[in-house]
Design a protein around this ligand. Structure first.
Ligand SMILES: Cc1cc2nc3c(=O)[nH]c(=O)nc-3n(C[C@H](O)[C@H](O)[C@H](O)COP(=O)(O)O)c2cc1C
Length: 183
């Protein structure tokens, strides 16, 4: 187990996985993290569709032309959906649940990557969310935010380089305009 600072420094997107499957305990830990994520007014509008079937993973990987291909090679994908009638901030709630799962995976030594679905289109320029909804029989009141792919890392990721952090994005006390003057 890593301490939290190390965990967030080491979590990098993993898009290449080994063939090894996750244990039921690993999958349960990831789902537990999703279910423990906070939500606005504690409304908990999110639901999670667990996909381990290789053929379905391959089909999900075609939900958009770029950035979804890695899903075909992962051991587990969790499709994060939310009921838009239950919360007006379902995007925030579903995003927090998504990253909670990614951090839990890292803590287990597993790799993960976020596949963006909301506001994306498939190869036919149809809504990627609709593509996923049709594959998994998701009812219309549930919007699809993301698919998070998990698996054993094919190779270790390099941790984020602390010396490269964009500190200019941090403003102390009040917003500071960027200094555009040449010196
Ligand atoms: C909201 C969001 C959407 C993302 N969508 C995709 C995606 O569709 N496909 C993909 O391969 N990676 C996706 N990523 C991963 C980012 O590309 C990645 O986090 C970023 O390049 C930083 O790299 P790192 O995660 O290794 O630190 C997404 C990440 C976030 C937070």
């Amino acid at each position: 187990m890593k301490n939290f600072s190390t965990l967030i420094q080491c979590r990098r997107s993993t898009r290449r996985f080994t063939e090894e499957l996750l244990t039921p305990e690993q999958t349960a830990s990831i789902l537990k993290a999703a279910l423990m994520a906070p939500s606005s007014k504690n409304k908990r509008p999110c639901q999670f569709i667990v996909v381990e079937d290789k053929k379905m993973l391959e089909q999900l990987a075609t939900c958009k032309p770029h950035g979804a291909g890695f899903l075909a090679g992962c051991a587990l994908a969790v499709v994060v959906v939310a009921n838009v009638m239950e919360s007006d901030v379902w995007i925030e709630d579903a995003s927090i649940a998504s990253i909670y799962m990614q951090l839990q995976a890292e803590d287990l030594g597993l790799g993960s990557c976020w596949c963006q679905i909301r506001n994306r289109q498939d190869a036919e320029e149809q809504d990627a969310a609709q593509h996923v909804r049709a594959l998994l029989h998701i009812p219309y009141q549930l919007e699809v935010l993301s698919i998070i792919g998990f698996g054993h890392k094919a190779r270790a990721n390099s941790p984020l380089d602390e010396s490269q952090l964009p500190w200019e994005k941090v403003h102390i006390g009040e917003y500071q305009l960027p200094n555009t003057q040449e010196v």
